[in-house]
Design a protein around this ligand. Structure first.
Ligand code: FAD
Length: 425
């Protein structure tokens, strides 16, 4: 098969890559999205995370809009989400959230991408990359038919693990002394739950139950965190914890097995001990282990936790965030959680989605150029969608102008983002 020429190639169809493909397609770029599964959403669907958190400051100022909000509107229209709501965390933080049904999300994303328009290539993985100095000229993907060569003007690496950049020998950021990769979680759907009884459990009792679960070896995390599937009596539980380097295929395989083992142990404990859960059972496991952290690229700017804490402003801002710094330790059952302030938000600069050493590559999603601690906030899905929106638009503009990523007219891009209802502070 001859190589295929396209304007924008998006590798990875998680929330970041999907939104990037929608934005690139809407802005006139011939766009192709390559995804290893047969559906979109990544962690949102394959790992069944079940809720988008971090849309607004604790005081209620919304900092994520644009295509991310359109996705919520579409979910609501299909009865697959009740839209924005709040819950109080064990830390006392009042968290905003949008719970959704992962199955319906797949359909919503199919429609938005197809309509953008962007082309889809499912069940396909990035295999190798041909690079000349600062440019990726070709990405070879492995399909059912064998390898296919793609020749994009611009590549967006939205694979979460930054597989394209890894194949292109990019530079990645290391963990600092004392830091560890955040652990993974095998989400599981449990039900039916008598939510009247479950929601009536006093917070101290929930904590005591979770501690008991940990003590008995049934829970890896001292929490009974779940999000209800809209319109059902089921919830997706986020209570397992597996330490893993998900870029190591053997370690990842071990971790998938361990995640399922933990999920079954947790479900049994919940059925036997938690009020409202006696009639329930484990209904489904997520299709894959949920991966919080792997590679972070070294980009033209490295976003730090200090930037987030101080609310540093950037002339090349492309997105804002307000989610706390949320670090699950690789070992241990607790949570490192730092709120940023009642009405505090931060900015993400364009330079942090441009990997150093490349002229035609952008990053969308959790792998942007940020420190481990800053990533612990930027990684949540409303943020990754906002970043994806900017990356898709930027890629379309770079392709159209035949320019390098560093030559992008940032003010024009910001104006276009605002026109598309994105929030830039
Ligand atoms: C257990 C867990 C709980 C979480 N809880 C929340 C929460 O409550 N709310 C919230 O907002 N966020 C939460 N997060 C964080 C959030 O889900 C992720 O950080 C976010 O979804 C990452 O999005 P992404 O698009 O960057 O990457 P991903 O979702 O990882 O998507 C990457 C995509 O690329 C594809 N891909 C990977 N490699 C290749 C390849 N080589 N070739 C082709 N395709 C490839 C994958 O299949 C996937 O579809 C949680 C994360 C986890 C793991």
């Amino acid at each position: 098969m001859n190589p295929i020429n396209i304007d924008v190639l998006v590798c990875g169809g998680g929330m970041a890559g999907t939104v990037a493909a929608i934005a690139a397609g809407r802005n006139g770029a011939e766009t192709l999205l390559v995804e290893r599964w047969g559906f979109l959403g990544g962690s949102a669907t394959a790992a069944a995370v079940g809720q988008f958190v971090g849309w607004e400051t604790e005081a209620g100022r919304r900092v994520i809009r644009g295509i991310a909000e359109e996705i919520v509107d579409n979910l609501r229209a299909r009865g697959a989400s009740d839209g924005h709501s709040h819950f109080v965390m064990s830390t006392g933080h009042r968290m905003d959230q949008v719970s959704y049904d992962p199955e319906t999300l797949k359909i919503v994303l199919d429609e938005l991408v197809t309509r953008a328009p962007a082309h889809l290539l499912f069940n396909t993985v990035v295999m190798s990359v041909a690079r000349t100095e600062r440019t990726i000229n070709e990405v070879t993907v492995l399909t059912k038919k064998g390898p296919i060569a793609l020749r994009p003007k611009v590549v967006i690496d939205a694979s979460g693990d930054l597989d394209v950049l890894a194949r292109a020998s990019a530079t990645f950021l290391s963990l600092e002394e004392g830091e560890t990769l955040q652990p993974a979680t095998m989400m599981f759907r449990f039900g039916p739950i008598d939510y009247e009884a479950f929601n009536a459990i006093p917070t101290p009792e929930i904590h005591a139950l979770a501690q008991r679960g940990v003590h008995e070896g049934a829970l890896a995390r001292a929490a009974l965190h779940q999000s209800r599937v809209t319109g059902t009596q089921d919830g997706w539980f986020n209570v397992s914890r597996v330490s893993v380097d998900a870029t190591d295929p053997f370690d990842l395989s071990r971790a998938e097995v361990e995640g399922r083992r933990q999920a079954f142990a947790a479900a049994n404990f919940i059925r036997e001990n938690v009020p409202g859960c006696a009639g329930g059972r484990l209904v489904a496991l997520a299709a894959q282990l949920g991966i919080r952290e792997t590679r972070r690229v070294s980009g033209n700017y490295i976003l730090t936790v200090d930037d987030l804490r101080r609310g540093r402003t950037f002339s090349d801002v492309i997105a804002c965030g307000a989610y706390p710094i949320d670090i699950h330790p690789a070992t241990g059952t607790g949570l490192g959680f730092e709120t940023l302030g009642k009405d505090h938000s931060y900015q993400i600069p364009y330079r942090s989605i441009v990997p150093s050493g490349f002229d035609n590559v952008l990053i969308a999603g959790r792998g942007i150029s940020s420190t481990h601690e800053a990533h612990a906030s930027t990684r949540v899905m409303p943020n990754t969608m906002a970043i994806g929106h900017a990356a898709g638009l930027a890629a379309a503009m770079i392709a159209e102008g035949n320019i390098g990523a560093r030559e992008l007219p940032v003010e024009r891009m910001q104006a276009k983002l605002r026109e598309a209802n994105a929030y830039l502070g």
